[in-house]
Design a protein around this ligand. Structure first.
Ligand code: TYD
Ligand code: MG
Length: 456
């Protein structure tokens, strides 16, 4: 007879303890203990004679003899989400959507359920009442035919309703509110989350019904609960952005049925999320006259090129220590770029306040925006606008070298498509470059050379 007991394990080194501990006595890490259920077999273990009989039908097959049936994919009626999933939802798959509170996870899931009248969807919410969801559904519009709302947190009840209703899609908002009768601990605990996720997965695989699961994230930005949740599911999507801004990025960080480099951009409007199919057009302000401190970067996030506006403000520091502040950009990287400009290009920035902002509230980690950041800072410092129609795509190294960036062709063609006349890139990107059409590509190998070409 198997006995179940509770134990606590360090997630860093696997140390087991009967009680929860703040600090692991073995590896010294803090806050790494999680509760787990351990099944202990009372039967005599140990290695006996090694003789096993296979159980079940699975057996090893030569890889070339395995035939693949084309996977039927379900389209969700949202071009962006379908694309991120790799061309639609695979039957029986489990998709996890993570994101900060208020970012729009529930809105996205409900919108998917409402906007596709061909799908019968069971929308289970443990967070909101059916009336609250109805109010939201009215704001979102859509036919709403085939969308069933269930306000429930007990997993067994949810599955019983699902078996009866036989929906084509189940949405669970959120996994942290679910509880299974079999586990004693409270909803949101590690063992509850794991057990509920595993049961939902079993349901999904057995019935072929895809399941969307919403997950909360902790303040460090990881999905709350055990890491195993991300291992269990087939697709993990992160919903990012600043809830104060209107733009949101949906990105897949794991996908068993497609590439993970896909991302989609959404705009939060009064009537729900709107897909932004051409992000560059909204991320750049089309001004009549150019302003100082603004530079356009040809950036790529995942596989999608888009042009983004970088705004900088440089002013004389009022207090002794100059302030450096950024939104959407790594402040250490800004400090590094300022040091490079000071040392290599002879600009005196040590006694200046520098503020940097990426338009639209987006966070960009593409190193190719370095050059645009440097140019925006200098433009503000000199109070000299960058000529209209110019954009930038290069990384800046510590010694002031202008470094090449990946997929320059794609960046150039996106800039060209949007009507830019000139793009500044690294001289090391010149080799093997396709001849661009109407856009002029300016190459330089050093930051001082680049600025010279820009300001001449
Ligand atoms: P919500 O989906 O509840 O976030 P989450 O489930 O990720 O916590 O979205 C919340 C925000 O979206 C809320 O602050 C209001 C805003 N919102 C709109 O701006 N327009 C809308 O049509 C809806 C439904 C929500
Ligand atoms: Mg919600």
């Amino acid at each position: 007879m198997a006995k179940i007991r509770k134990a606590y394990f360090c997630q860093g080194c696997g140390y087991e303890s009967a009680k929860w501990l703040g600090r692991c006595p073995s590896c010294g890490e803090w806050n790494t203990f999680v509760e787990e259920l351990v099944t202990k077999d009372s039967g005599v273990g140990g290695a006996g004679a090694l003789s096993f009989l296979p159980q079940g039908n699975a057996k090893p097959l030569p890889v070339d003899s395995i035939s693949i049936a084309p996977e039927p994919r379900m389209t969700l009626g949202s071009g962006e989400v379908d694309r991120i999933l790799g061309g639609g939802l695979v039957p029986g798959s489990m998709v996890l959507i993570g994101g900060e509170p208020g970012i729009g996870k529930s809105t996205l899931a409900l919108q998917l359920a409402l906007k596709n009248p061909l799908l019968k969807t069971l929308y289970v919410s443990g967070e909101e009442s059916a009336q609250q969801i109805k109010l939201r559904a009215d704001r979102l519009g859509g036919s709403g035919k085939g969308c069933y709302i269930l306000s429930e947190t007990l997993l067994e009840n949810i599955l019983a309703h699902a078996q009866e209703l036989k929906p084509n899609l189940i949405v669970v908002d959120s996994i942290q509110t679910l509880a299974s009768k079999r586990i004693e601990s409270s909803p949101g605990s590690v063992s509850q989350i794991r057990d509920c996720a595993a049961t939902l997965l079993k349901y999904a695989k057995e019935t072929g019904t895809p399941v969307f699961v919403i997950g909360h994230i902790t303040k460090d930005g990881v999905i709350a609960g055990p890491k195993v949740l991300e291992h269990i599911v087939d697709v993990v999507m992160q919903f990012e952005g600043d809830s104060q801004h209107v733009y949101r990025i949906l990105r897949s960080t794991k996908n068993r049925f497609g590439a993970t480099s896909e991302l989609g951009i959404f705009e939060m409007t009064g009537a729900g999320l709107r897909e932004v199919s051409n992000p560059s057009e909204i991320l750049i302000t089309h001004r009549q006259e150019p302003l100082s401190g603004v530079a356009i970067a040809a950036s790529i996030d995942g596989v999608r090129p888009f042009l983004i506006e970088i705004q900088a403000l440089v002013s004389t520091a009022v207090y002794g220590t100059p302030q450096r502040s950024t939104t959407g950009f790594d402040i250490r990287r800004l400090n590094m770029l300022l040091a490079v400009l000071e040392k290599r290009a002879g600009f005196q920035l040590a006694s200046k306040d520098v503020f940097l902002n990426i338009a639209g509230g987006l966070k960009v980690s593409d190193p190719a925006i370095d050059l645009a950041v440097a140019v925006a800072v200098l433009s503000s410092n000199l109070d000299m606008p960058i000529p209209a129609g110019c954009c930038f795509a290069a990384e800046v190294g510590l010694s002031g070298e202008v470094r090449p960036v990946a997929r320059i062709d794609q960046r150039i063609s996106e800039a060209e498509k949007l009507g830019f006349k000139k793009i500044y890139a690294s001289a090391y990107n010149q080799k093997g470059l396709k001849t661009p059409g109407s856009i002029e590509v300016v190459f330089a190998g050093k930051i001082e050379e680049m600025l010279h070409k820009l300001l001449k």
